[in-house]
Design a protein around this ligand. Sequence first.
Ligand SMILES: NC(=O)c1ccc[n+]([C@@H]2O[C@H](COP(=O)([O-])OP(=O)(O)OC[C@H]3O[C@@H](n4cnc5c(N)ncnc54)[C@H](OP(=O)(O)O)[C@@H]3O)[C@@H](O)[C@H]2O)c1
Length: 276
Amino acid sequence: MTGDTGDTGDTGDTGEDAAWERILRARERLRMPRRHAVGAGPPLEPPDADRSQLESIYLPLLRDGGLVIAQLGQTLDGRIATRSGHSHFVTGPADIVHLHRLRALVDTVVVGAGTAIADDPQLTVREVSGRNPVRVVLDPSARVPSNRRMFHDHRTPTFWIVAPEADPGPVPGGVEVLRLEVGPTGCGFEPRDVLRLLAARGLERVLVEGGGITVSRFLDAGVLHRLHVTVAPLLLGSGRPSLTLDPVDRLDQARRPRCRQFSLGDDVLFDLDLDA
Ligand SMILES: NC(=O)c1ccc[n+]([C@@H]2O[C@H](COP(=O)([O-])OP(=O)(O)OC[C@H]3O[C@@H](n4cnc5c(N)ncnc54)[C@H](OP(=O)(O)O)[C@@H]3O)[C@@H](O)[C@H]2O)c1
């Protein structure tokens, strides 16, 4: 299940446009039943030497059998927003385009209640061509105001996941409220339960778009295949933290995933492979 087609074209140069269209075609082949996909086009992964930067970043995301990827755009000192929650924009225009490309390659995009409140995001694909993902907000106590844009614009289906006892009030049309028990850990919904709920609706390619608390919970739960962190040359010295994970005492206990780096304008994208 996915939403409508995004309505603006890719703004990159012609070579980039062509590479992006190839990536979108490869993404569409993933939607096809396997017997139709066989022989439907060139292999998903051309040899390394022939890949453009776009193909190097995005083709590894077109794996069979589902994908859970998270993203954050942060300052050099690990902040994703100011103390007041202002985050537009920590990273530059190339990373915004990157975020829209990620949205176009998944079935669904998940945000926490904090992001839905602070940013009032649309979570649609506008900077490149591609389909809009289904939108999901994790909001156990139903504290997100019902006037959010994603609840009203009818651009693509929206799920509002709340706890069984929560009262979201009158629910806008186009929004479906899903009820989920919070887990025993005191950290809200178990990420695995969220993913099961979405998979039961055919949503197996998931982008956890933020904020820091939400991405941290999915990372701590060990359910992410990939994490994209874009670092901007910006120092805030205060503000909302990027990742906050279970503490470790020694550096050799820290995660050191396999990592690739790409320039995105003035920013650097770190592509962390958590499967490796
Ligand atoms: N730079 C970036 O890439 C980026 C991306 C997104 C957002 N942002 C910024 O980040 C800020 C918000 O981030 P944040 O870390 O403060 O908050 P957040 O992650 O957006 O939202 C956290 C809240 O969402 C709910 N939630 C998240 N995961 C849950 C789970 N597994 N189970 C149940 N509930 C869950 C909880 O609500 P309850 O507290 O009600 O339980 C939790 O406190 C905003 O200022 C936004 O502008 C930046």
